[in-house]
Ligand binder design. Structure first.
Ligand code: FMN
Length: 175
């Protein structure tokens, strides 16, 4: 039974677009009958309640945001006990839709540390109001835009739901 699962969709987001991706994923998982919490992985968080984790961050200078990296480091042992799916959001062009983009090196290492089954890269968004000098420069150069593909994101959420529900007869042990 899907309702046996309690899924954390955690995210780190500087300018809000990764937060929205997490909400889209969470909404789809809920539609599929799973119990879901979508939340920023800031500060300390009791992970012991969750039986599966989806975690994502916006990419900045080829890194995840600090909150997401810290979350993985702090909760490594809890994460090793549950299925973990990771996503990055970044490319400000059509690249993420055209081919599978592997995780940046640091994120690949994090994925290994928590034995994550899967990582995907989604396109990002850079919009007016984004904080920081580089963001403003990129916008001034016309490099802004929204390159997130909601259909693809929802399809990925469906795939996660499929996996969780397929294994539903033997849900992961509560940690
Ligand atoms: C200063 C800056 C650096 C960035 N560096 C990268 C990068 O290294 N790789 C990448 O794919 N996207 C990069 N991006 C694009 C962001 O990842 C993209 O805007 C993402 O959607 C931001 O997520 P957020 O809105 O949740 O903060 C960068 C954007 C900015 C403004």
């Amino acid at each position: 039974m899907g309702a046996d699962h309690r899924v954390l969709v955690g995210y780190a987001s500087k300018n809000g677009s990764t937060a929205q991706i997490a909400e889209w994923i969470g909404a789809r998982l809920r539609e599929r009958g799973l119990e879901v919490e979508v939340r920023a992985v800031r500060g300390t968080l009791d992970c012991s309640y969750y039986t599966a984790v989806v975690l994502g961050s916006g990419l900045y200078e080829r890194r995840w945001l600090r909150d997401a990296v810290r979350f993985v480091r702090r909760h490594r042992h809890e994460l090793l006990r549950v299925p973990v799916w990771l996503f990055s959001s970044g490319p400000l062009d059509g690249a993420a839709g055209a081919r599978a983009i592997p995780p940046v090196e640091r994120v690949a290492r994090l994925a290994e540390r928590v034995d994550s089954a899967e990582h995907v890269t989604f396109g990002g968004r850079l919009a007016e109001g984004a904080g920081g000098l580089v963001a403003r420069q990129l916008l001034a150069q016309g490099k802004g835009g929204d390159f997130r593909d909601r259909d693809r994101i929802v399809r990925w959420a469906d795939h996660i739901a499929d996996e969780l529900l397929a294994g539903a007869d033997t849900p992961p042990a509560r940690v």
